[in-house]
Design a protein. Structure first.
Length: 264
């Protein structure tokens, strides 16, 4: 981590995100176009992951490694991207857009900063990891730049609820697949050893509640500008609202114009 190769990958990812964001905003990519692009990238990424994760099955044949199943947070986004591409219910799409932004930014950024698949330029795992996570970073930034995601207070609380459901689900999955040493959403142990704060030095429960706290804070930081803006707009709307005096009434006349009359 943070070797010469890692810094090169970080630079390449930054260039990829910047170029894609510039192009998608300047040339006004439609939502369908941007979503098609991300779906193509994740499709190629998932195919590559399946190919390099195959291992001998019991008896004969090949099966995918348990740890390669799409249950990490960034992998779960695959299903959300699929619905954004093919789904019909706009309310569900809006909910998913609101979740994809913080999940894509935080999940993508942390995966790039802590590359559990390595940083070698000779292994396909590295390409799959960095390209995929850079792509979801771009897509999340695209949704923000084009103002297609609601990131207000209600969306923040809803995103925490969705994340909590996914965490409980993955606690069950990790338990069911413990023979395969799975660690989905890093709920079993930290992604790598030696991390500050996020470690098992004080036991698993301290580690688990630290993860929860960090998730609540980081998602809040991502959505804080939108929450503040939303609250300011509500406050301004409330201040500018017209409140008639107790001794004032309205009368509707023939030209449909409201004429205010003072009554002593």
């Amino acid at each position: 981590m943070f070797s010469a190769n890692h810094f090169i990958w970080l630079g390449l990812c930054a260039v990829f995100v910047a170029v894609m964001l510039f192009a998608s905003v300047k040339y006004k990519f439609s939502f369908k176009t941007a979503t098609t692009i991300i779906c193509c990238i994740i499709g190629a990424s998932e195919f590559a992951k399946i190919m390099y994760s195959m291992q001998p099955a019991v008896g004969s044949g090949m099966v995918i490694s348990g740890g390669a199943l799409p249950f990490h947070l960034c992998s779960i986004l695959i299903f959300m991207f699929a619905y954004l591409m093919f789904g019909k219910n706009e309310k569900i799409k809006n909910v998913l857009k609101s979740f994809v932004v913080p999940a894509g930014i935080l999940g993508g950024l942390l995966a790039i900063l802590i590359p559990t698949s390595g940083v070698s330029f000779t292994k396909i795992e590295s390409y799959q990891c960095f390209i995929y996570h850079a792509a979801i970073l771009w897509y999340a930034a695209y949704l923000i730049a084009t103002k297609q995601a609601n990131l207000g207070l209600k969306a923040y609380l809803r995103n925490l609820a969705i994340l909590a459901v996914l965490a409980v689900f993955n606690i069950w999955v990790n338990g069911a697949l413990q023979a395969y040493n799975t660690n989905f959403m890093f709920l079993v142990r930290p992604p790598v050893e030696g991390l500050p704060i996020i470690n098992l030095n004080n036991g698993w429960y301290a580690y688990f509640f630290t993860l929860i706290t960090i998730a609540v804070v980081l998602i809040g930081i991502v959505q804080l500008p939108s929450i503040i803006k939303e609250l300011q707009q509500k406050r301004n709307a409330k201040k500018s609202g017209f409140k008639p005096e107790p001794n004032q009434t309205f009368e509707v006349v023939e030209d449909n114009t409201n004429i205010q009359k003072n009554k002593d």
